[in-house]
Design a protein around this ligand. Structure first.
Ligand code: ZN
Length: 506
């Protein structure tokens, strides 16, 4: 069971899911529970730990998230609406809507059930669902949708003058503290608190800290506690933490004591601490490098009608060069302007040597499912889950055989410093594509892409559409689509250029 204590306001909706594993391997440790919080209530599913890796049952996830699974000649397919995840029992990989995603371990069979690493939730399931999933492994918590559920911790230190209780809420949350007799109430502006109870050192000033309801913490003071003062602070970290410090004075002699001042109600923080600005602010975009994927012997994806990815990327790259140079007067350098295939390093070197302010790599997608279509914009972003299982420079096999043109790599520092701007450009691009260029279900994705890693500037990779989709196969090679795409991407570059010049990008 988790150490976390959560309010029970969902009692009427709480579903007790009893899931006993059909069989247990000898190395299996006793199950923990993963609590799933959503607007509809709270559920739990079992977590099984084997060799240090947490697993959950695929059909438990299916029951919660309403997807179906079937198994056929070693391949396990999970289907949600028109999207699928394909797993094989001996591979630490998932094919998610046609895209390969690494898993920390291969799926396992336990009796009639299939267990998947818990990271399956964030890496494979989240991309195909319509709702946001926030997996918090350290709290055994999965937050579904846009619930505001800060993780709240508390620690108590005794000092000569009394006791100091420090309460941290991450991400930031507005709060109001007030005193009510022998109790200090901390009301958070959130949906639910993810509260970890502290162990209190022996002392007489604070008796207990516990949730009072979904969004309120109660601090029970000892009978002889003196005056209470509270203050809030914000830190500057990316996720952001709101810190509440509660100082409880040691008791003083009754006859010499001046009446304690009423505890000040601390207003919610009104100003977020901005993360440090990252470089481009104040500058404008002077050079853009457009990278036409594949070329030469490497055609990339070839569609049913014979359209080659390498030709589409080059065609669009040339249109982009003309449009951006013509409209914005910004220099555009192409990594290739003919039918050859520079290495990833050569492509990145072109961008770095050109002192480019933006790098856009163009590709076209293919999916196992012919119905999947639309553009996807990738940027390289640091994640809290290391991709330790991927190999630098190595090609990952595709479930159906062959190899993927986009290699997965460990997080690299060259692109790290530009992550925020890369994301900003990815978002601007999505905004400009909306209503003009068909987008895939998850149009902006952060992923460890080899071609972006060494680019020392904001960089994105755009999969302009799906050649595996019959309709898009016809569209993508045509001038009408390519012109619309070029206009939309040029508009995104324009916005990025304007925001950079105005110093709005951080
Ligand atoms: Zn490609």
């Amino acid at each position: 069971l988790t150490a976390r204590s959560l309010p029970v306001a969902f009692a009427s909706l709480t579903l007790a899911i009893v899931c006993l594993l059909a069989s247990r391997a000898a190395t299996q440790s006793p199950s923990a529970l993963l609590t799933i919080l959503s607007k509809d209530g709270r559920r739990t599913i079992n977590v099984t730990t084997m060799a240090g890796q947490d697993f959950v049952a695929l059909d438990d996830l299916g029951a919660v998230f309403q997807f179906t699974t079937r198994e056929e000649s070693g391949a396990i397919t999970a289907a949600y609406k028109n999207k699928t995840i394909i797993l094989t029992l001996d591979q630490p990989l998932a094919s998610v809507a046609g895209r390969l995603v690494p898993l920390p371990a291969a799926p396992l069979r336990a009796g009639r059930r299939v267990l998947v690493p818990i990271e399956f939730i964030s890496r494979a399931l989240a991309p195909i669902l319509d709702t946001k999933l926030d997996l918090r492994k350290s709290s055994n918590l999965l937050v579904v949708g846009d619930l505001r559920v800060p993780h709240v911790t508390a620690r108590l230190e005794t000092t000569g003058a009394g006791a100091r209780l420090t309460v941290d809420a991450t991400p930031r949350a507005g709060l109001v503290a007030s005193q009510d007799g022998q109790r200090v109430l901390v009301k958070f502006d959130v949906d639910i608190l993810d509260f970890t109870s502290p162990s209190l050192p022996p002392q007489a000033l604070v008796q207990a800290i516990h949730p009072l309801d979904q969004s309120t913490l109660a601090i029970d003071l000892g009978p002889r506690a003196g005056s209470v003062r509270t203050s809030t602070q914000l830190d500057g970290s990316a996720a952001g933490t709101t810190r509440l410090v509660v100082d409880v004075a040691a008791p003083v002699q009754a006859d010499t004591q001046t009446p304690p001042p009423p505890a000040a109600a601390t207003p919610p923080p009104s100003q977020a601490v901005e993360p440090p600005s990252a470089g481009l602010a104040g500058a404008s975009v002077r050079t853009v490098v457009i990278d036409a994927g594949h070329g030469g012997d490497d055609a990339g994806v070839t569609s049913a009608s014979g359209t080659k990815e390498k030709d589409i990327t080059l065609g669009v790259a040339r249109r982009l060069k003309a449009a951006i140079e013509g409209r914005l007067g910004i220099r555009v350098v192409l990594t290739r302007d003919d039918d050859r295939n520079p290495s990833f390093d050569e492509r990145a070197a072109t961008a770095n040597n050109s002192k480019a302010d933006l790098f856009v790599s163009l590709h076209a997608d293919a999916s196992f499912k012919p119905s999947v279509s639309g553009a996807t914009i990738y940027y390289l972003a640091a994640t809290d889950e290391p991709h330790e299982e991927t190999q630098a420079g190595g090609r990952l096999p595709v479930v159906t055989g062959g190899s993927r043109d986009i290699e997965l790599i460990p997080w690299d520092l060259a692109q790290a410093r530009h992550a925020a701007q890369s994301m900003a450009f990815a978002m601007l691009t999505e905004e400009q594509f909306r209503g003009r260029v068909p987008l895939s279900a998850h149009a902006v994705i952060s992923a460890p892409l080899r071609v972006l890693q060494s680019a020392n500037m904001p960089a994105v990779l755009v999969e302009i559409g799906h050649l595996s989709n019959a309709e898009q196969d016809k569209q993508l090679a045509g001038a009408e689509f390519q012109n619309l795409f070029t206009q939309a991407l040029t508009d995104a570059v324009t916005k990025f250029h304007e925001q950079a010049a105005a110093g709005d990008l951080r």
